[in-house]
Write a protein of this length. Structure first.
Length: 91
């Protein structure tokens, strides 16, 4: 292993940064697809959506009231198991 400088583009192509970039893109893409399946009001309050290793679709909503409302829309989603989380409020 050498300590030669590497180009930034190489860091995003190989190694752990590349893995992180791929995971971020997967989550962004999945969030976009799930948002399309929700009614516009609920979709606007979806922060992120991603399928975890157990196959659950994890939705992160921006408030408890929107988390409650999105429960009525679960039939529109592709996963049988859905977990809904709420962003913690900043202090």
């Amino acid at each position: 292993m050498t300590n030669e400088p590497r180009r930034l583009s190489e860091l995003f192509t190989f190694g752990s940064l590349a893995d992180l970039a791929r995971e971020a893109e997967r989550r962004r893409s999945e969030t976009v697809e799930i948002r399309k399946r929700l009614p516009p009001d609920e979709g606007a309050h979806l922060v992120s959506a991603a399928t975890n290793d157990a196959g659950e679709l994890v939705l992160v909503m921006d408030s408890p009231s929107w988390a409650a409302r999105v429960r009525y829309c679960l039939g529109n989603l592709p996963n049988a198991k859905v977990r809904i989380k709420v962003l913690p409020r900043g202090g």
